[in-house]
Design a protein around this ligand. Structure first.
Ligand code: ZN
Length: 169
């Protein structure tokens, strides 16, 4: 969830996880949910044709992590679905969890009206959630596309994100 102004519910999860794991300052990435069961074969499907090329292109930036491979598939076998909605929300986009192998991303009106740079970084961010990452700890914002607020203007996984994927998969 890339929020514009208000804190997301994921922050609570981060705080709880931090309390449960000793020495949590030794890393920054945080897991949101379990890994996708077929990390080297992750079908993605965007149902909004006007945006599918852009969304799939930036989703596949995660293929810079050798542990995962995302490819465009048909809807029936896709494990990560996406769509663009004209609905207004408090956020640019939200990733919904229906199971480790069933995630759905909705990009809202604020995303549509944002700059291309913000759109692209938000795409990478949301697919990071879909792969199982939560927001990073804030002190590592400059090393992660999974920062909760603000942007690095780098639309690809950064060092903290790659470490998180490596640990998860
Ligand atoms: Zn988020």
């Amino acid at each position: 969830m890339k929020k514009k102004f208000i804190k997301s519910i994921s922050l609570l999860s981060i705080l709880i996880i931090s309390l449960l794991i000793p020495n949590s300052t030794s890393f920054a990435y945080v897991f949101w949910n379990g890994p996708i069961s077929t990390p080297k074969s992750i079908g993605i499907y965007c149902q909004s044709l006007a945006y599918s090329s852009q969304i799939n292109t930036y989703a596949k930036k995660w293929n810079q992590c050798p542990e995962v491979y995302l490819y465009e598939s048909n809807s029936s076998i896709a494990k990560i679905h996406s769509l663009v909605s004209s609905t207004s929300s408090g956020s640019y986009a939200t990733t919904y969890y229906y199971g480790d192998d069933n995630k759905s991303i909705v990009f809202y009106k604020a995303w549509q009206t944002s700059s291309t740079a913000i759109q692209n970084e938000t795409i990478v961010h949301e697919f990071g959630h879909a792969l199982g990452l939560a927001h990073t700890q804030s002190y590592n914002n400059s090393m992660s596309v999974m920062r909760e607020f603000g942007f690095n203007y780098k639309a690809y996984p950064l060092s903290d994100d790659k470490a998180g994927i490596s640990a998860l998969y």
